[in-house]
Design a protein around this ligand. Structure first.
Ligand code: NAP
Ligand code: 8YV
Length: 320
């Protein structure tokens, strides 16, 4: 036991700025991530807060009798068992808003790269094929004249939609609740939207309700001219169905930043000419990740000092 500073557990790796911000303010305990924590009862009893980039399941929560707050690095908190945390009166926080612009910018880049095959074109140049073989092949697809449907119209979805406006595409969305204040076409179901548009962008959270809802039926509805972009969560996609749709030409192309079992990406994706693949980098710039790290630290330190959580998730609201 060190001194009277509050103890914060950091399971697995986290952005170094979070640890820098904690330095001198709290006692930091690091532990390997895993199914359950390997901590002595004495240490476990001291822990009041968790700062995590990854997951916290019910077994971790139950192993920490005095836990008060779980601060998640990321706006998506599908790795944290919020229901169990709520049942114990533990606050969960995430990192909303500070990454909206970065993720929306990356989404537009991923969309254009997927449609216009810019990565393949640059590789062609770098490999000396331009001089040797002549111009790069015309891209089969264009953004011109397209209808874009956003699956999700929250903080990030709205930034993506705003960025799409100057591209002169039609914009629609599907969410559970209609946002009447927005100037975009609302579709009451995902299938109805997939039938009406030829670009579908997924920016919903990974929940039980969104699990594998992007399936063979949706990809067929998008069609052979259709483009699917995923910057939400890989868990929303039936990857076998997506692969088959891309291989069979049922779906035109896909741009993916997130995958079902990250960091594993099914080998079959790598050999497909009509996909653009990114290693979950939509928010991955130094300034944006620093802002996310600061918000994690501010949530933990604010809670420990003044019982003030800046960004609690809706499942664990903080009163007062
Ligand atoms: P948000 O503000 O909470 O927005 C979520 C949107 O999804 C809302 O429009 C919500 O509308 C809709 N939605 C939720 N469940 C739905 C369902 N079952 N069916 C239809 N629509 C549903 O969240 P955000 O800040 O925009 O972030 C969205 C997600 O993006 C995050 O949770 C995270 O998973 C992902 N993300 C990924 C990256 C990356 O690096 N690739 C970075 C940041 C975020 P309704 O509630 O009306 O349905
Ligand atoms: C992060 C994200 O990369 O915020 C999210 O939900 O998916 C990304 O911004 C991730 O959460 C932390 O590594």
């Amino acid at each position: 036991m060190s001194d009277s500073k509050a103890t914060v557990l950091v399971p697995g790796k986290i952005h170094p700025r979070v640890l820098e911000r904690f330095e001198g303010q709290v006692e930091i305990i690091t532990a390997p991530s895993g199914a359950e924590p390997a901590l002595s009862a004495d240490v476990a009893a001291r822990i009041k807060a968790i700062a995590v980039s990854g997951g916290v399941n019910a077994r971790w929560i139950d192993a920490l009798p005095n836990l008060e707050i779980i601060a998640n690095f990321g706006v998506g908190y599908d790795g944290v068992d919020t229901k169990h945390a709520a049942s114990r009166g533990i606050v969960v926080t995430n990192t909303p808003d500070v990454l909206n612009d970065e993720v929306a910018d990356t989404t537009i880049a991923l969309l254009i790269n997927t449609v216009r095959r810019l990565y393949q074109a640059e590789s062609y140049l770098r490999e000396g094929k331009w001089a040797a073989n002549g111009p790069f092949a015309l891209s089969p697809f264009s953004l011109r004249g397209r209808k874009v449907g956003l699956f999700g119209m929250g903080r990030i979805g709205q930034e993506i939609a705003k960025r799409l406006e100057p591209f002169k595409v039609e914009i629609g969305y599907h969410t559970r609740s209609k946002r009447s204040e927005l100037p975009y076409t609302y579709y009451a179901s995902l299938k109805e939207m997939a039938q009406a548009v030829d670009v579908l962008i997924c920016i919903v959270p990974g929940t039980a309700e969104t699990h594998k809802v992007l399936n063979a039926e949706i990809f067929a509805a998008l069609g052979s001219n259709g483009v699917f972009i995923n910057v939400g969560r890989g868990s929303s996609v039936d990857e076998d169905a997506l692969l088959k749709a891309l291989q069979d030409g049922v779906l035109g192309a896909a741009g993916l930043d997130v995958f079902y079992a990250e960091p594993k990406v099914p080998d079959a994706f790598l050999s497909l000419p009509n996909v653009t693949l990114l290693p979950h980098v939509a928010s991955a710039s130094v300034p944006t990740r620093n802002a996310m790290a600061d918000l994690v630290a501010d949530n933990v330190l604010g809670w420990l000092k003044e019982r003030k959580a800046l960004t609690p998730v809706p499942e664990t609201p903080v009163k007062g």
